[in-house]
Design a protein. Structure first.
Length: 266
């Protein structure tokens, strides 16, 4: 029963990746001719984020299930009587707990980059569809430069202190400030404006037009440690699967050799 559940879990993960591929193929078929026109909207849209989550969740769910399946097969080969000692009720509990743990881990890997509290690590820039020419490429440096420029300009040409943008929020902002501080300062500067209201972040899955997990990350990005940790974990899982099947092959070869020796003696 445990093996059937694990194989089913692998199939569910593959289905998630299949859904991602179907969405990607559909978008490519119907919108490939106008991609350059809608590139920013596509990369910052909810569909791209959904595709990134589906592919990441499906890949890691299948990976965790394959690792677990390999370990169970190894245990069964070494202790071949073990499956018969586990009753069906216990097997169901073990299988459900394993599937729950794998699902939580895969979902966490896919959703952590989308956490609003961690956007300083996973968001590199923002897209301002209404005033992109004002905020340039939407990075922190661009927003900070815009703040300083507009603040200095308004203080120079406005003698009314209530109009001059000299408030505490803007004075405390630096080039290394968090996204929350920068966006709050922008909102206080451009009051009742669509400059900042209509903004969309470039998420962790927005680095590529196909909306995949950002494995090709640079050391300058704050998300680099997270990416390296996930790659390392995937490598460990891959090596663990190889090790399991090498041990299974070794045990199977030894068993055949022992069987041949017994046949010769008989």
């Amino acid at each position: 029963f445990i093996y059937r559940i694990l194989v089913t879990t692998i199939a569910i993960g593959d289905i998630m990746v299949s859904i991602y591929l179907v969405i990607l193929a559909s978008v490519d078929t119907f919108r490939s001719d106008e991609y350059c026109k809608v590139k920013e909207k596509w990369l910052t849209g909810s569909t791209c984020v959904l595709m990134g989550v589906l592919s990441t969740f499906g890949n890691h769910l299948s990976l965790f299930a394959m690792v677990t399946l390999s370990l169970f097969r190894l245990k069964t080969v070494i202790h071949y009587m073990w499956p018969r000692t586990v009753n069906k009720a216990r097997a169901i509990r073990i299988a459900l707990v394993l599937v729950l743990i794998m699902t939580i881990c895969a979902a966490a890997i896919a959703l952590i980059p989308l956490s609003d509290s961690l956007k300083d690590y996973f968001v590199d820039r923002y897209y301002f569809p209404n005033r992109r020419n004002v905020f340039n490429d939407g990075t922190k440096d661009s927003l900070y430069d815009t703040l300083i420029l507009y603040n200095d300009t308004m203080q120079k040409y406005n003698t009314n202190n209530s109009i001059a943008f000299n408030n505490t929020q803007i004075r405390e902002v630096t080039a290394g400030s968090s996204w929350s501080s920068l966006l709050t300062a922008l909102e206080s500067m451009f009051v009742n404006s669509t400059f900042t209201a209509d903004r969309k972040p470039y998420s962790f899955y927005s680095s590529h037009g196909v909306c995949l997990f950002n494995y090709l990350n640079s050391k300058e990005n704050n998300s680099f440690p997270y990416v390296i940790s996930i790659i390392t974990m995937n490598l460990i899982c891959f090596l663990l699967i190889i090790l399991c099947y090498m041990l299974i092959w070794k045990v199977g070869t030894k068993s055949k050799s022992t069987e041949k020796q017994l046949q010769k003696k008989l």
